[in-house]
Write a new protein. Structure first.
Length: 135
């Protein structure tokens, strides 16, 4: 049995996983369409391949971690998901410290921080469910 709060957290995780999946699929099939959203300017074919590989892997792994966390006792997959998203947020913060603040990046940072909070809250809430279900 999942309480309404735990069910809501699982739905949020599934929604984030679906969002990551859609972004990853878009990056794989039409990376040029994502350039403005990510404020990137790749150079030629090599740049598009780098975009698919280096940005795509974040969304591919995030999708995998989210969906694996929905399995029974899969709550611990939320920790690498939070760490992965935390790495992106940390990169933004380092960029702001080194290069100055681009206010357009604040939306992405706030989004990433909200996702990290959801992952950690869900980990904490679902961890208790897993230990009780093992009894």
């Amino acid at each position: 049995y999942l309480s309404p709060m735990k069910l809501l957290l699982k739905l949020l995780i599934a929604s984030i996983g679906l969002l990551y999946l859609l972004i990853w699929l878009r990056l794989m099939t039409d990376p040029g369409a994502m350039l403005e959203q990510f404020a990137l300017v790749p150079e030629g074919i090599a740049g598009l391949n780098s975009l698919r590989a280096n940005v795509g892997v974040l969304f591919c792994a995030g999708t995998l971690f989210c969906f694996l966390s929905l399995r029974a006792n899969g709550h611990w997959w939320l920790l690498p998901a939070a760490a992965l998203t935390g790495g992106a947020a940390l990169g933004r913060l380092i960029g702001m410290a080194m290069d100055g603040i681009a206010w357009e990046s604040m939306t992405g940072l706030l989004f990433e921080l909200a996702i990290i909070a959801i992952f950690l809250l869900a980990y904490r809430a679902l961890r208790g469910t897993a230990s009780r279900s093992a009894d």
